[in-house]
Design a protein around this ligand. Structure first.
Ligand code: ARG
Length: 580
């Protein structure tokens, strides 16, 4: 159990014996300043307001019943009724010893394990993955890793767009190239971007081609074997490409996690029948439409959600309704998390409303659209190539590695070339990921090579370097830290601050998985590394004259810092190295 939870439990007991009504919120938070102690119980104020009594007196009553002798060194009332708690160093020390001998660093499993479906990455396969897919892919993957670390049962779903109308033109073009005997792998689909461009050009300019393309979409969607074979050839190549990107990005998505749009094809007609039977959808200008008063505009006009086109075709929306049914009713998910660009907010709002009305989404399933902002260039406009084109994700990652390599070359090092290029890969990819993950998910941010690759400030290289520095201590001390054990002694204020921070990993992870916000973990790791630097300056470890018990205790603290940094970065999908 983490410290906050422990305090919540004790506070609840105390509040009950102080006669507060059931359901009173103890409002336990981490203190923001050392003078306010380590944690605060702020619930007296809220309760006093309801009971119309004096909050300070109520706080005193709570303290009188508060059983914290094993935990707190000092408890005091401050301001209008804050209860400030100063933890005992021995309490922290004991918890740290336990954490040091635990593979999960003392982070306990979720009390109620949940089944969580996570829809992330989900690129459209008609084109090559571009920077627009970066955020969904890495934010989703970080949240997935943290959920699993907390013990949840996660089902990754890569809801790839493999079924839209563009596929008609792509397979028509592919058919022609194959008939000309052109090799698929090495020529026709070697560059998906130009393949798409060429098909589009023919679609726009060449007589008869567009009609054929449209005909192929219908054939494809109604199961025609020839069209399906061509489609499969295209999809396989495209999936192979995205798998390579995931590997390079150190993202855990595998081909078996693909649950693409096409997988729902056979369910779409049923969804429409259901919506009609339940009088949720109605005909409007030949299409099937749901009018949503809940999302009416300021003139009171309902929001329009088209579920079937006038020609009978299904849409992105129809597929998302079928996906709700699958995830909630078939997979029995407790939570569904969807990582998509904020520009699709309205769509997911509509999907949820309609799916709930139609029982395609059970009440017990929480549907959580997790939007993110746009990655901007230095000019403050969406990130593009110099000539204004979309940046391929694969190219961006290559550039990151090569820039990291240039930066690392400026440093002295006795590493071999192979080691150096391995480090450059980890630093380059890590830098791109940390820069993105550390921003508040919903805001837009400016992509900047120099700041993300800097060894100063909140960056991946800074954290990776901090890790190598801690690890170098064990080499200098010539000990095998993995089997080393000692008591922890907390005497100096820097030791106490560091100890407390180390013990807050679980609280941070809880927040991260509840709110789907990796930036809280990013901030935590940066704070931890900075506190470590302060500790290291004030509290020598290997210096001559340091008492041996103190030295051993500090070595354990260092080990916990290294392991927490490595674990935290791993949950963000960022690798560490022993030297850089
Ligand atoms: N393929 C879509 C796009 O690139 C994202 C899909 C997200 N997931 C979903 N269930 N709609 O915009």
């Amino acid at each position: 159990m983490n410290i906050r939870q422990l305090l919540v439990e004790r506070a609840l007991v105390a509040m009950a014996s102080a006669g507060l009504p059931e359901g009173s919120n103890p409002a336990v938070t981490q203190s923001t300043r050392a003078q306010f102690g380590d944690y605060q119980i702020n619930g007296a104020m809220g309760a006093a307001k309801k009971l119309k009594t004096n909050p300070r007196e109520l706080a005193q009553k709570i303290i009188d019943s508060l059983e914290l002798t094993d935990v707190a060194a000092k408890i005091e009332i401050a301001g209008p009724g804050f209860i400030n708690i100063h933890l005992k160093p021995e309490f922290l020390a004991e918890k740290l010893v336990a954490a040091n001998s635990d593979k999960k660093l003392g982070v306990s499993a979720h009390q109620n394990v949940q089944k969580v479906v996570v829809d992330y990455s989900s690129p459209n396969l008609a084109k090559e993955m571009h920077v627009g897919h970066l955020r969904s892919t890495i934010i989703g993957d970080a949240v997935v890793r943290a959920l699993e670390f907390r013990g949840d049962n996660v089902i990754r779903q890569n809801h790839m767009g493999d079924w839209g109308t563009q596929f008609g033109m792509l397979i028509a073009h592919l058919e022609d190239l194959l008939n000309q005997g052109i090799d698929l792998e090495s020529v026709a689909l070697a560059d998906l971007e130009s393949f798409y461009r060429d098909s589009k050009k023919r679609f726009d300019d060449e007589e008869g081609f567009a009609d054929r393309a449209r005909e192929y979409v219908v054939k494809l969607q109604s199961g025609d074997a020839h069209c399906n074979k061509l489609w499969k050839l295209f999809i396989d190549t495209s999936v192979k490409h995205s798998t390579e990107v995931y590997q390079k990005l150190n993202v855990t998505l595998k081909p078996e996690n693909i649950m693409a749009e096409s997988a729902y094809n056979n369910e779409l007609a049923n969804v429409i029948t259901l919506l009609k039977d339940k009088n949720i959808a109605q005909e409007s200008q030949g299409a099937q439409v749901v009018f949503l008063d809940e999302l009416a505009n300021k003139d009171g006009e309902p929001s329009v959600f088209i579920v079937q086109k006038s020609g009978g075709g299904f849409l992105y929306a129809t597929t998302d309704l079928a996906a709700c049914d699958y995830r909630s009713n078939k997979l029995d998910a407790d939570r569904i998390l969807i990582f998509v660009d904020a520009r699709q907010s309205l769509h997911f709002n509509q999907v949820e409303l309609v799916a709930r009305k139609a029982d395609l989404l059970r009440e017990e399933t929480s549907y959580e659209f997790c939007p993110f902002g746009t990655m901007m260039g230095n000019d403050g406009k969406p990130f593009k190539t110099r000539t204004g084109g979309t940046v391929k994700l694969a190219d961006l990652l290559e550039e990151a590695i090569s820039r990291a390599s240039t930066k690392l070359a400026e440093r002295e090092s006795d590493m071999s070339d192979d080691e150096r290029s391995e480090v450059a890969r980890k630093v380059g990819i890590g830098a791109v990921k940390y820069a993105d993950l550390s921003k508040n998910r919903t805001s837009d941010y400016i992509f900047n090579w120099d700041s993300m690759l800097s060894f100063e400030g909140a960056t991946a290289p800074y954290l990776q370097y901090a890790y190598t520095r801690v690890r170098s201590i064990f080499r200098k001390a010539n000990i095998d830290i993995s089997t080393f054990s000692a008591d922890i002694l907390i005497n100096e204020p820097q030791e106490k601050t560091l100890a407390l921070k180390l013990l807050q990993l679980e609280e941070v992870l809880d927040q991260m998985v509840n709110d789907a916000t990796p930036h809280v973990l990013c901030a935590y790791l940066y704070e931890l590394a900075s506190l470590y630097m302060t500790f290291y300056e004030a509290c020598p470890v290997l210096k001559e004259g340091v008492d041996v018990d103190v030295k051993n205790s500090r070595l354990i603290l260092c080990n916990l810092v290294a392991n927490t940094l490595a674990k935290g970065l791993d949950l963000l999908g960022i690798e560490v190295m022993e030297q850089m």
